[in-house]
Ligand binder design. Sequence first.
Ligand code: GTP
Ligand code: MG
Length: 194
Amino acid sequence: MPDITFQRPVFSLKDFPVYGLREICISGRSNVGKSSMINRLAKKHNLAKTSQKPGKTLSLNYYLVDNKFFLVDLPGYGFARIPKSQKMLFKKLVGPYLESRSELIGLIQIIDSRHGPVSGDKLMIDWLREWDGNVLYVFTKSDKLSASRRAQYKKKYEEEFGAENIVMFSANTGLGAKTIWSWIYKTAVLKSSK
Ligand code: GTP
Ligand code: MG
């Protein structure tokens, strides 16, 4: 069982950790379930704060895994009701982080399995196709789909992104959590070339 602990929040460019450990970040629309995925992976209910209202995570939150690498929970994008200040935050902090953080070697892109990629996601996916890090597409809230829909959508997402690059996930039931962990370890621990 991986050991995952909250390290600290980062609110500005000068606050980033300087240890040089590798980082894998978690990106997605506000309210899609990024923080809930961290809790499920850690098997802890309240490690990351979650909310029914979008705009809960307002900093880059660093989680240390096995003292070896960081998982970084990002503030979300794209929800009409999130405050303007959060949109600025995305522009000023998350954008530069994604563009130039050299420790960042992987990204987990979370998408609502019921809807597939919506507008903000599409921008992100376009950007990711050009990015040179490792990307895993996690389709979450799949507990809200019937078993037949889940199978049908899984096939569709596999065709679009490649079977090895997608996971059908649920923070509620834990479906897909093991596959996400193996991707994280493969990316963070074994890949030592960067
Ligand atoms: P921001 O921090 O605002 O960007 O949101 P977030 O992406 O971190 O979302 P968060 O984890 O706070 O979850 C938002 C809401 O979705 C909460 O009410 C969660 O309980 C719910 N939720 C998250 N994952 C799942 C899931 O797999 N299934 C179901 N049914 N609900 C989920
Ligand atoms: Mg959050």
